[in-house]
Ligand binder design. Sequence first.
Ligand code: HEM
Length: 471
Amino acid sequence: MQFGQFLDHDLTATPINPSNKTCCSTNLVLNDAQHEDVITNGPCFPIIIPEEDNHFETLASRCMENKRSHQTTVDGVPEQINLLSAFVDGSQVYGITEKQTLSLRSDAKGKGRLLDDNNNLPKNPDSSKCVITPGSGDSCVLAGDSRVHVYPGLGALHTVFLRMHNLNADGLAAVHPDWDDEKVFQEARRLTVALLQKISYSDWLAAVVGDDAMEEYGLSSGNYQYDATWDSTLDNSFSAAAFRFGHSMITDGLLINDQLYESINLFMNPHHVLHSLDSLLDGLIMDVAQRVDRWYSAGMTNHMFETSAFNGFDIVSLNIQRGRDHGLAPYYKWRALCDPDENALETFDELGRGGGIFNRVYRHVRDVDLYSGALEEQSVTRGVVGKTYACLIGRQFESLKYGDRFWYENPTSPHPFSQDQIDEIEQQSLATVLCQTTGLSSVQRDVFNGVATNNPLIDCRDVDAVNYGLF
Ligand code: HEM
């Protein structure tokens, strides 16, 4: 699940209206009222929490602050913005503008490396960007995406790919002593992005959307053909709902150095990323993620980013509200789009096991939001999401792949990889990357699934480094 967040931060960042207006008031709670901005299209879109909620019970906590996403207009229709480039292009590692990339590059000339701090993410002089454990001497960190601190598992993957870039730069510089800093940097970046693309699709996505969607949307490697007519813009249904499925998989805490830390003490804090990276990663790949369903850990629904009692956020309410903010069509429409043979959804009973619960919350089955409706579907074979999310995610990744001129398998790319180089990239996986970049002694071959007879542990000493002689 953690890789999903890392990948998400390569694809999408939706800016929120920057207004500093306070949206919540006791008046709204007491009158169970909508904020007036809902009528006037202002920035506020707070969430009023019902009196019977078993966590947010004080009057002050029964309104969750929320602003609408920033809007622009396309052909007269309001649309939300993506600050990132959508493609799987490593922007969470390298940043999104040339200026940002330059600020993340090492000034050790001729080496083509990214800045690091003793092999960790470089220090961010602005200590307001994260939560610092008192007395630890820690600093906030810098990465290509500013959300790096949100959760330690995310910061850990940022560190792994920073190190992978630097390994690639060292390896390439060693076989090409004539290359200058710029050439080494760009080639190391091209290889790192190719590894990210390979791992995201062949390894991670395969474990998420299952065999049928991988097949239907051409997501496995091989037989690549670039098609300039694809529009690879991210769908609102993808960023505001489908790809948020991962929030349901977050566990209540992480096992680090044999100690269980609750999520509430992990949000925004880089301490374990800086001091216990191997143990943190080991816990993440050994721990079983939660199922994608309507059950979420309390850390995510009651205590997310909590700094004092009852001021945490609930990610599920935020996701549903964000879908409404973006004007997403309700669940039944997406279900029909993805599977025209499905029944048209007239009654709650047709929703199967979740029908009774939805019946208590929604007036009509056709009001059910995409985010909640699709989460109740049974997961697809050899995947973790239901068929509507497998379809929406599958379609999105299809357009991100076939519309990407720089896709690693594209023979017509402006600077294509040779078949030998592609074969070498195909040999790599997150397991081999972890072995090359951390002190872990063994990892299972497919880190997105638990250890099993057909997914044994591999000894990191047996993992070969990338064969830089081929590049
Ligand atoms: C502990 C881990 C995580 C935390 C604390 C977290 C937190 C958040 C928060 C606060 C938002 C903004 C919600 C809003 O106001 O609309 C968000 C958005 C999002 N999250 Fe997560 N998340 C986590 C893990 C994940 C995972 C595992 C995935 C996917 C597999 C994911 C996918 C997304 C997506 C697609 C968005 C929308 C991004 C955008 O368009 O700006 N998140 N998350």
